[in-house]
Design a protein around this ligand. Structure first.
Ligand SMILES: [Zn+2]
Length: 328
C-alpha cells in the first residue's frame, strides 16, 4: 500500500500556456498538466480548463499517493496581496477578478496568488540557485522584463502587492516609450522584444554586419548563435542590453545591498553573452561594497520556475509562512 504524503499544486498562468503540477515538498514534480490558456475565449472557458486540469492532477496524484494540501498561482500582471488581479496585460479577461477566491471555490483548498516573477523568485529561493542566499533579486528576461525581490528569505511584494517591477526602472530619461506610460524603462532595452527590435533595425538599415539574416526569422536565440560565432554587431546588441540591465542593477545594489541577481526567462539562455558586461556595469556604477557583493547568476529552474515557485508558495502558505500574502 502506498503511504499518502502531502503535495502542493503550482499553477503557472501564461498568456499562451497554462501549466499545473503537483509537487512534493522536495520540489519533485509528481504529475503535470499543460494546456492552452485560451484566455481570448473568456474567463468561463479558462476556469473550465483549470477545473479539468485539477481533476486530472488529483487523480494522478492519488494514484501516486500524493494529496494536494494547498494551491499556489503565478500570474503575470499587477496582483494585490489578497489575490485580486489589478491589471494583466496578457490576460485581460482576468482584470478585476479575485483569482484566489475563484480558485478556493473551485478546489476547496487554501490558495495563494502572486505575480508570476514573484513566484519564480520564491521557487529559486526554495528549490533553485537562490537557496544559497537570503536576499536576492530575480529578473526574468522575456517578452518583458520582470522582477521579484527576496529579502531575508521573504518575498517582498510591497504594501499593495505590486513591488519588484524591475523592468520599469528608468534607464534613459527621455528614452523609448513604454506600455506602462513612462519613457526609457529598462524593459525597452533588455527584453527579448527589445533585442529583436534592435536587430531588425540593423537589418533594415542594411548593416553589413548582420547580412544573411532575414528580419522575419530573427529571435534572441538565433542572434545569440550569430554572436557566439564571432559577429560583433550581434554581440554588441547583447552587450548593450546587459549594460542597461547593469545600470538598473547598480541602483538596486546601492539601495538594497543584495547578495545576488538571478537571471531567468528566455533571454537568460544568452547568459554567457550578458554576464560580463552586466557585471562590469554594476562594478563601474555601484559603491564598491554592494557592487562586489552582488553576484550575477543564471536561474536553475528554467521553464519550470513559475510552476515550482507557485508550488513553493503553496507549501509556505500551508506552513503559515506567508504573512505578507493573506490567504483564505
Ligand atoms: Zn515601463
Amino acid at each position: 500500500m502506498v503511504t499518502a504524503r502531502p503535495g502542493y499544486i503550482g499553477i503557472d498562468i501564461g498568456g499562451t500556456n497554462l501549466r499545473l503540477a503537483l509537487v512534493d515538498d522536495q520540489g519533485h514534480i509528481i504529475c503535470e498538466q499543460r494546456r492552452k490558456t485560451e484566455i481570448y475565449a473568456g474567463k468561463e472557458v479558462f476556469f473550465h480548463h483549470l477545473d479539468e486540469s485539477f481533476r486530472v492532477i488529483r487523480g494522478e496524484g492519488g494514484t501516486a499517493g500524493v494529496w494536494p494540501k494547498a494551491v499556489g498561482v503565478g500570474v503575470p500582471g499587477l496582483i494585490a496581496n489578497d489575490g485580486l488581479v489589478h491589471v494583466s496585460v496578457n490576460l485581460p479577461a482576468l482584470d478585476g477578478v479575485n483569482l484566489r477566491d475563484a480558485l478556493v471555490d473551485l478546489t476547496g483548498l487554501p490558495v495563494v496568488v502572486a505575480n508570476d516573477v514573484n513566484a519564480c523568485a520564491y521557487g529559486e529561493m526554495q528549490f533553485g540557485v537562490g537557496r544559497s542566499f537570503a536576499s536576492f533579486l530575480m529578473v526574468t528576461l522575456g517578452t518583458g522584463v520582470g522582477g521579484g525581490l527576496i529579502l531575508n528569505n521573504r518575498l517582498w511584494t510591497g504594501v499593495d502587492g505590486v513591488a519588484g517591477e524591475f523592468g520599469h526602472m528608468t534607464v534613459e530619461p527621455g528614452g523609448r516609450s513604454c506600455a506602462c506610460g513612462n519613457r526609457g524603462c529598462l524593459e525597452q532595452y533588455a527584453s527579448a522584444t527589445a533585442i529583436v527590435a534592435v536587430a531588425r533595425e540593423l537589418i533594415a538599415n542594411r548593416q553589413q554586419s548582420l547580412v544573411g539574416v532575414s528580419s522575419g526569422e530573427i529571435t534572441p536565440e538565433i542572434l545569440a548563435e550569430i554572436a557566439r560565432g564571432g559577429n560583433d554587431a550581434a554581440r554588441r546588441i547583447f552587450t548593450e542590453a546587459a549594460r542597461y540591465l547593469g545600470i538598473a542593477a547598480a541602483s538596486v545594489a546601492n539601495l538594497l545591498n543584495l547578495e545576488a541577481i538571478i537571471l531567468g526567462g528566455g533571454v537568460a539562455g544568452s547568459f554567457d553573452l550578458l554576464q560580463h558586461p552586466l557585471e562590469e556595469e554594476i562594478i563601474s556604477r555601484a559603491f564598491p561594497i554592494p557592487g562586489k557583493r552582488l553576484k550575477v547568476l543564471r536561474s536553475q529552474l528554467g521553464n519550470d520556475g513559475g510552476m515550482l515557485g507557485a508550488a513553493a508558495l503553496a507549501m509556505a502558505l500551508d506552513a503559515s509562512r506567508l504573512p505578507s500574502l493573506p490567504s483564505r
